[in-house]
Design a protein around this ligand. Structure first.
Ligand SMILES: [Zn+2]
Ligand SMILES: [Zn+2]
Length: 172
């Protein structure tokens, strides 16, 4: 709570009071959790269903994520320039399957991608990136070994010609 994460979860009421989380006991919403002003229950004081707050929170994070341009395999924009939307398939073949689509045109040359495919590609892209970095690290280590060999030879050579030459090189 002190970290102020989750801007959509009401921590404080406009009146200044901290909010409390309670559980509804009404017939319409039995067991549903909600945030409420800790002092006054009424108009102009916080009242928010907890599930709504969490959903808003997730959406806010998604917007943040979009701004940060992480996930290059998740289509944020259609080549036509329109932002993509996430929808849920209602076809017999793919009931309930989520997909990204051009927000403007549904058709050829516009984004259509299954969300699960996009996430898988994302994971694969990350794995490739990681292995590339590991290979680069191996190369760098090998180069370092070469440099150390060259330095050692150089120092030997220097000592040979300059007997008074002294240098503190703990790393070679
Ligand atoms: Zn209040
Ligand atoms: Zn488009």
């Amino acid at each position: 709570m002190a970290m102020e994460v989750g801007p959509c979860i009401p921590r404080r009421c406009p009146c200044g009071a901290a909010t409390v989380v309670l559980t509804s006991k009404t017939k319409e919403n039995p067991g549903r959790r909600f945030y409420r002003c800790g002092v006054v229950f009424g108009e102009n004081h916080v009242f928010k269903w907890a599930d709504d707050a969490v959903l808003e929170e997730i959406e806010a994070l998604a917007v943040l994520d979009m701004a940060m341009e992480v996930g290059p395999c998740i289509p944020r924009r259609c080549p036509c320039g329109a932002a993509t939307v996430v929808l849920t398939s209602k076809t017999k073949e793919n009931p309930g399957r989520r997909f990204y689509r051009c927000g403007v045109v549904f058709g050829e040359n516009h984004v259509f991608k299954w969300a699960d495919d996009a996430v898988l590609e994302e994971i694969e892209a990350l794995a490739v990136k990681q292995s590339v970095m590991e290979n680069e690290l191996i190369e760098i280590k090998e180069q370092l070994l070469d440099i150390k060999k060259i330095l050692r030879r150089l120092f030997r050579w220097l000592r040979h010609f300059l007997p008074n030459f002294e240098i503190n090189v703990s790393y070679v």
